[in-house]
Design a protein. Structure first.
Length: 273
């Protein structure tokens, strides 16, 4: 019976491919500069409303903040608040272009509102931003909101989008603190256990710095139960360089071929034993 409850998770080829493309700036993607009407930037400058709802960013930030019913059940605003260089479910929302990203990062009012949108969504999840480096903590409403987050898996897709958008618009450094916080709550505190698969399959792999990803994976590996079901790597380091009995480093983790297969190890010299 217990074995059924703790079935070994499986890696998603779709997730690995999607996040590889994101981390590597969408290789082979033709950036259509001439289609640049800068609608994401204009939305964030409060010049145009988001479609199809017809609501301006200032109204979202002032009137939707704390309205958890609206934030939960409306599915068209998230693509405008957190734009990406890929098409989402709202076909009225336009993909970012590299030119628009550069213009957005230079526009103070857009960045100010983008951070307010991030804070609004964090609060919706029961989390608060506590400093300018991206550190987060439990918000006052965390118990009620974590319970909701644990039961509403479509919000895990929203978190993935938010993390990707942070990276596109100049806040890559905000990702690790949020992902570490979520992993801690899921694996150590057990407050949002249902999120752990998405956190390990998606959230961690939005982070572009391989060393940061490895740190988070090692943290998760220490706290994951049952430990033999941890399939995300990285493999544990060999304890002694002298032990050359086996041809490959022993790994307690079964790692599918798709897992970071295209990344080379920078530090360890090639050591064919």
């Amino acid at each position: 019976d217990g074995a059924e409850l703790t079935a070994k998770p499986k890696r998603s080829f779709y997730a690995a491919r999607d996040l590889y493309k994101y981390r590597h700036q969408y290789p082979n993607f033709k950036d259509l500069r001439y289609q640049n009407d800068l609608c994401n930037l204009r939305f964030y400058k409060n010049k145009i409303p988001f479609k199809p709802d017809g609501v301006y960013i200032e109204e979202v930030l002032n009137k939707w903040k704390g309205d958890y019913e609206k934030l939960e059940h409306n599915h068209t605003y998230i693509q405008w608040l957190f734009p990406l260089r890929e098409q989402g479910l709202n076909f009225y929302a336009k993909e970012l272009t590299t030119y628009e990203i550069e213009e957005f990062k230079k526009t103070k009012e857009a960045i100010r509102r983008f951070l307010l949108a991030y804070k609004m969504m964090l609060e919706f999840f029961g989390i608060k931003l506590i400093d300018k480096t991206g550190n987060v903590a439990r918000a006052a409403n965390w118990q009620e909101r974590f319970q909701h987050l644990n039961e509403s898996q479509h919000n895990y897709l929203r978190i993935t989008r938010i993390l990707k958008s942070l990276g596109e618009l100049g806040y890559e450094s905000f990702k690790s603190p949020l992902v570490k916080f979520i992993l801690h709550e899921a694996l150590v505190e057990d407050t949002i256990p249902n999120i752990k698969q998405s956190a390990l399959e998606y959230f961690v792999y939005t982070i572009r710095d391989r060393r940061e990803r490895r740190k988070l994976l090692r943290f998760a590996q220490q706290h994951y139960t049952p430990s033999e079901h941890f399939i995300w790597g990285p493999p544990r380091r060999q304890k002694s360089e002298g032990s050359k009995a086996s041809k490959k480093p022993a790994s307690p983790v079964s790692i599918p071929n798709s897992h970071i297969s295209k990344h080379k190890k920078p530090k360890e010299p090639k050591n064919t034993s």
